[in-house]
Design a protein. Sequence first.
Length: 69
Amino acid sequence: MKSDKQETHFAVCINNSGYEASLEAGKLYRLTPDDEAASHGYIRVIDESGDDYGYAASRFVTDCRVPRS
């Protein structure tokens, strides 16, 4: 059975070199689904600007589980 609620996914930044103003190493970021970006090795996250941008997936650990409050 599929839930009506869309599950929220997160990733932890492990490499922010070159993007220090946009990403913080060790910080948890919310993912935005983007199949096109994923097909090129990128993920889309809500970064420090508050907008979603594509970054190389290798900059993140994406198999994060965050407990519901």
